[in-house]
Design a protein around this ligand. Structure first.
Ligand code: NAD
Length: 511
């Protein structure tokens, strides 16, 4: 019997992981089977039939054919297709949010919130479909007109991470769709059921609205097919979300074939708390940032710099708050719990290894630091670690778990320098009521991250802004603002409506 959360979405105990288009899902078993595990109790949630090479070929061929038509569809009409998807996601928000919570291990409100992001980006994309603007320029030549326009790229590949099993796809696919592209999605092998459910919801909505296939899906039992996807010249853009280790490899391979990539990789995000900070805001923001999603967000707060004058007070308040969280760790689908499990056993091991390294480097465990072995599932206590410096290897590394390194500073310049002194550059925040400190943090000599906030934490971003970060975070931007441009190719057009042929820069070429 499938889990009731699967049944609510019409999913069976065994599902195909391959959407071939034309309403067809592949049913071959030769390519292997994925078995996503419920991180709360270690039980297998279902079986997903992985995609064969032959079916991958079929998908790419069909996606190319679909693109030849979709690019001719007026953008506002493409927006209507996405509007139907957003509407269907709204209808299924509760059920899909529950599946995300169940399969990934995030809390039910966070699972629902992820689906809400899909809806929001869908609505944003509908508006965008009438605003894919290009500039016009004044030509230096008489009787000439210049302008630029934005054309679709073609087939867009989306590779996503386990921690945002559905929203990252929507950020990419729904914007890519209004831009005139067809997308092929390879989700994380840890969360294939959430991907299949999202695909069914959206593809059913497209079909009911009389739209063609614009979203395809495949699942890889290993990483051979994902690798082939990255190397595939027919895929114009690879949008990759995941670890810096894999992302670096993906970026190099796509560059080698002169393709385009959009990289959304690891973060090592910090909050600075200055002496003027309002701790009523700072403490909950730090705790949510470090503990929310059990520390498995790319924007999770991993480092905290506290001014020496308030350090003891802040640490004491955090210890109290962590004590409260410890009492509410459990099944993430139960809304009473604040923290769920880590997604995998490897995640627990990475957490324990980092705690050991922190201790060996001279760190003090102020709170947590242990796995919860009294129950099934991948539960750990959120950890507060003091006594390390920013240059300690473990502090410089993104451990995808709820570990917060707390450090002291005396001068804001030094705090900002330390905050920037890591390989990653995703999200950052300063808590202050001092205008000068705030403006310095946001200035060109302030935070070097893609996201810099004042009096809100590092974690969780609204879809309206462009999302992404610098340095080893990969440099990509997706979601709002003008991130849509990454999914289009720019074309500059010059039209001569005069009866002469003047050359640019006044060059004479008399024949
Ligand atoms: P991961 O790098 O292990 O896997 C990401 C994806 O890459 C998966 O779909 C995986 O199957 C695929 N993959 C593995 N090998 C591949 C290969 N050779 N070629 C192509 N694809 C391959 O990451 P994860 O553990 O799923 O996710 C956690 C990481 O993702 C963290 O580092 C986190 O910071 C990062 N992340 C970043 C963002 C962001 O927007 N910056 C968002 C979410 C997660």
């Amino acid at each position: 019997m499938p889990h009731p959360v699967l049944t609510a979405l019409g999913l069976q105990a065994t599902e195909s992981g391959t959407y071939l288009g034309n309403g067809e899902w592949a049913d071959g078993r030769d390519a292997g089977i994925l078995e996503p595990v419920n991180p709360t109790n270690g039980e297998v949630l279902g079986q997903v039939l992985a995609t064969s090479e032959a079916d991958y070929e079929r998908i790419v061929t069909r996606a190319q054919a679909a693109f030849r038509e979709w690019r001719k569809t007026p953008a506002p009409r493409r927006g209507e297709a996405v509007r139907l998807c957003a509407e269907a996601l709204r209808t299924h928000k509760d059920a899909l949010g529950s599946l995300v919570a169940l399969e990934m291990g995030k809390s039910k409100p966070e699972g629902d919130g992820e689906v809400q992001e899909m809806i929001d980006i869908g609505e944003f994309a509908v508006g965008l479909s009438r605003q894919l603007y290009g500039l016009t320029m004044h030509s230096e030549r008489p009787g000439h007109r210049m302008y630029e326009q934005w054309h679709p790229m073609g087939v867009v590949g989306i590779i996503s991470a386990f921690n945002f099993p559905v929203a990252v796809w929507a950020w990419n696919a729904l914007v890519a769709a209004v831009c005139g592209n067809i997308s092929i999605w390879k989700p994380s092998p840890k969360t294939p059921l959430s991907a299949i459910a999202s695909m069914k919801i959206c593809n059913d909505a497209l079909k009911a609205g009389g739209f063609p296939d614009i979203f395809f899906l495949f699942n890889d039992a290993g990483s051979d097919l994902a690798q082939a996807f990255v190397d595939d010249k027919r895929v114009a853009l690879i949008s990759f979300t995941g670890s810096t280790k894999v992302g670096r490899h993906v970026g190099e391979r796509v560059a080698k074939r002169m393709g385009r990539s959009l990289l959304e990789l690891g973060g090592n995000n910090a909050i600075i708390v200055d002496p003027t900070a309002d701790l009523k805001l700072a403490i909950p923001a730090i705790v949510f940032g470090a503990v929310g999603t059990a520390g498995q967000r790319c924007t999770t707060t991993r480092r905290l710099f506290v001014h020496e004058s308030i350090y003891d007070d802040v640490l004491a308040k955090l210890k109290t708050a962590y004590g409260q969280v410890e009492k509410r760790i459990g099944d993430p689908t139960d809304a009473a719990n604040l923290m769920g499990p880590l997604n995998s056993r490897e995640g627990v091991q990475a957490y324990l290894d980092a705690i050991e390294k922190a201790k060996a480097s001279g760190g003090t465990i102020e709170s947590g630091g242990k796995a919860l072995t009294d129950r099934k599932g991948n539960f750990v206590l959120p950890a507060l670690v003091s006594g390390l410096t920013n240059d300690a290897e473990v502090v410089q590394t993104e451990t995808f778990a709820p570990i917060l390194y707390v450090m002291k500073y005396s001068d804001l310049d030094d705090a900002i320098a330390m905050q920037n002194d890591v390989p990653q550059g995703l999200s950052s925040a300063l808590f202050t009521t001092d205008l000068r400190a705030s403006e310095q943090f946001l200035s060109a000599w302030g935070s070097d991250c893609g996201i810099a906030n004042i009096n809100i934490g590092t974690s969780g971003a609204e879809i309206g802004g462009a999302f992404g970060g610098e340095k080893e975070t990969g440099g990509g931007r997706e979601s709002g603002s003008d991130a849509w441009r990454a999914y289009m190719r720019r074309q500059t057009n010059t039209i001569n409506y005069s009866d002469a042929l003047p050359l640019a820069q006044g060059i004479k070429f008399d024949l």
